[in-house]
Design a protein around this ligand. Structure first.
Ligand SMILES: [Zn+2]
Length: 719
């Protein structure tokens, strides 16, 4: 229910991508790496060795001058790159950031390998990351142990005496598996429910207990409920996958078939009861305060005293229950369905969640459904990449320190901070100049903008992992140790003052986020690299790429969701009624525009502009702020946007070309479908063509005229 998880830059943070590509689901608190985007292994020969990673850098010679920029700017800017960069077989998406992903992972791999030498003089941090790496890379040992690492869990589930025993099994799952206690990013898939500490909506200075809907295993409820042919086909394949996993876990085939039927039926009932993604975008719908007595009455089949004690949860002023209707339906199911059904569900949860850390047959079958069938990848990623990302997820702030030393010099930080300040100044001017906003709301908006805290590169102090026990003996056990501590760390925040220094992304992450309840923007060192930030390039290129990203994150504070929070992160309406109405009209223009057919994702697949409205608003406003800031920077150098640089392009043209280049991507239709149906971000092509066709500033750059495709008759503008 951490709302900040909805306001990132990339679809890549969609942790399903990580699960999909054979790695586990998302991090406890730390969104896992952007697994979707790349691989070093273009061929099987290089299967487990990193090839020389290649960083992409903007080059205006890549445009296809045979095409018309006013017809399709994405194709004009990207088609040559796309033709030269086919998707590697182990990837679902390959984009201009993919080389950077491999580069970042290679840096982390070197750190991990050095730390894994078993040198008795290693310090405690290097012992942990080194032994974590060694245990993960020990593929033959993992294969030899087969089902053994989870056998005790399966045995205990088999001997449950009554439904009263379910509570303690759920709390065990929440401790053991990444993503199990709060759901993976953008997904509501914690076993039965999610539980964590989080900021209160009405008083952001307080941390309270949050209980969120859960229960499903597919990326969103739609996967269970849609009845078109393709959805029905995917659902059948999902059921077959559940059955295969149960057979692998030792069930005889007929029983596995019956259990799989039960499991998908339970999950479908839970999916049906879940609040949908669009409703969840409005924080008011999640802000349901309850006393503990009310929680107990809502769901008496869970023994809440037992759960809270096992989670070591401090008393909470109140409990935020995201969707009471969901819990009513889940309670009914728990009461009606026999213990045996829930034992099947728990067994599935164990093998499903453990599979990335078990022997090849489990990892392969998990990959086969989530990466191949759902996302379209043709082969598994090399093990080293999976292990690097798992280490980043589980021990990211230990591993990230060496990355920062190597890849993020103080000059990069200084130049980024300067860009952030100039983009914030651009938004101040933009707000002052808005014709539709009253002075009273403008004053409030500027207060909120001035209240944004900029976090650049890495946290001010590093997390302490001294209580995480890591050995070389068991990969699964290491994952469980890290998860357990992370889960309890979040739960322990309940009742304590908010820690404003916390980051929810690790330093090497290629992503960025705005946190509406802390009112912070966060740019990990991992994205402050080429092609997004390139110290060797001029301002036009950098404002076009990372400048737009900075603007995007700042605008999240003022999108249809972010605008509901004030400078202190409280859910409070600071808008006059008339200005709120004006905002909604402009927002509706965006959501109508992006409610569009997406043939590249399959026949009949349609984007829901209400789901992507916040991201689309941030894209549209962010690029404009970056352009204004560039204009100011050029003015200080005695230049203007329409002056030509050495290469014959104007700065304005270079700005838009660099922006488009940073989004060039080849995307498999399977993952396109997954993104369109369940992710709040638009596909890359729309992040260029829709945005720029709304902008007179773009049309001026390339001399586009009314009637051309890149000149939208009903152009939208919020910021
Ligand atoms: Zn975003």
């Amino acid at each position: 229910m951490n709302i900040s998880r909805f306001t990132t830059l990339f679809v890549l943070c969609l942790s399903l991508s990580v699960a999909a590509l054979g790695q586990s689901a998302s991090a406890p608190g730390l969104p896992a790496q952007a697994a979707l985007s790349n691989s070093a292994a273009h061929g099987s020969a290089a299967a487990d060795q990193p090839s020389e990673p290649k960083l992409e850098r903007f080059d205006p010679n890549l445009v296809d001058k045979d095409l018309d920029p006013c017809n399709d700017f994405y194709k004009y800017s990207c088609s040559k790159w796309m033709a030269a960069n086919p998707i590697p077989p182990d990837q679902a998406v390959w984009d201009t950031g993919s080389g950077l992903q491999v580069w970042n992972e290679t840096v982390l791999r070197e750190t991990l390998e050095t730390a894994s030498t078993n040198d008795p003089k290693r310090d405690a941090v290097h012992q942990k990351i080194g032994d974590y790496w060694a245990a993960c890379m020990d593929e033959s040992g993992i294969n030899a142990s087969g089902l053994k690492p989870v056998q005790p869990e399966l045995d205990r589930i088999a001997t449950l005496k009554s439904k009263n025993d379910i509570t303690l099994e759920i709390v065990r799952l929440h401790h053991m598996f990444p993503g199990a206690w709060q759901g993976d990013d953008n997904q509501t898939n914690a076993p039965l429910f999610g539980f964590s500490g989080g900021q209160d909506f009405d008083d952001a200075s307080k941390v309270v207990a949050q209980i969120d809907q859960g229960g499903i295993s597919l990326p969103s409820r739609d996967y269970y409920l849609k009845t078109d042919d393709k959805s029905v086909e995917l659902f059948k394949k999902y059921r077959a996958h559940v059955e295969k996993m149960l057979v692998l876990s030792g069930e005889p085939a007929p029983r596995a078939a019956a259990d799989a039927a039960t499991i998908v039926e339970l999950e479908t009932a839970l999916a049906n009861a879940q609040m949908d993604n669009v409703k969840r975008r409005d924080p008011k719908n999640l802000n349901n305060k309850m006393t503990l007595a009310q929680v107990k009455a809502l769901m008496p089949s869970i023994n809440w005293d037992e759960y809270l004690a096992a989670a070591k949860a401090p008393a909470s002023e109140h409990y935020l229950v995201s969707s009471p209707d969901f819990f009513r339906a889940e309670e009914k199911l728990l009461a009606e369905r026999p213990l045996a059904d829930w034992q099947a569900y728990l067994r599935w949860q164990v093998v499903h969640r453990a599979s990335p850390y078990l022997s090849k047959s489990f990892a392969d079958e998990n990959w086969n459904f989530f990466a191949h069938t759902l996302a379209g990848a043709e082969q598994q990623q090399p093990r080293w990449r999976r292990c690097v990302r798992a280490a980043d997820r589980d021990l990211g702030e230990a591993l990230g320190q060496a990355y920062v030393d190597r890849a993020f010099p103080p000059e990069s930080k200084a130049r980024t901070i300067q860009m952030v300040h100039s983009i914030e100044t651009a938004l101040t001017s933009d707000i002052q100049g808005l014709s539709w906003m009253s002075p009273a709301t403008k004053e409030q908006a500027v207060i909120k903008l001035k209240g944004i805290e900029d976090k650049i590169g890495y946290p001010s102090h590093w997390r302490d992992y001294s209580n995480v026990k890591i050995t070389r003996d068991s990969y699964l056990n290491n994952v469980g140790q890290a998860t357990s501590l992370e889960y309890e760390r979040w739960v322990a925040k309940i009742g304590k003052p908010v820690d404003r220094s916390e980051w929810t992304m690790t330093p090497p992450t290629i992503n960025a986020y705005y946190d509406p309840q802390l009112n912070t923007i966060n740019f990990p060192a991992g994205i402050l690299q080429p092609p997004f930030f390139d110290p060797t390039k001029d301002d036009a290129v950098n404002y076009g790429a990372i400048g737009m990203v900075i603007g995007h994150e700042i605008i999240h504070g003022f999108d249809d969701q972010g605008r509901k929070f004030d400078a202190h992160g409280n859910l409070r309406d600071w808008w006059t009624a008339e200005d709120g109405k004006q905002y909604d009209e402009r927002g509706k223009c965006i959501s109508d525009e992006y409610t569009q057919d997406v043939p590249e994702a399959g026949q009949g697949v349609k984007q829901n502009g209400l789901l992507t409205q916040g991201e689309d608003t941030a894209d549209n406003g962010g690029i404009r702020l970056a352009l204004y800031a560039l204009e100011t920077a050029l003015k200080q150098q005695g230049k203007s946007l329409d002056d030509k640089g050495d290469d014959g392009w104007t700065y304005r043209q270079r700005f838009f070309l660099s922006n488009a280049y940073s989004w060039c991507a080849n995307v498999r239709p399977q993952i396109a479908r997954l993104i369109v149906t369940s992710n709040p971000h638009s596909l890359p092509v729309f992040r260029i063509d829709n945005v720029m066709s709304n902008m007179p500033e773009f049309q001026q750059a390339f001399g586009c005229k009314a009637g051309q495709r890149m000149v939208r008759a009903n152009a939208c503008r919020v910021w």
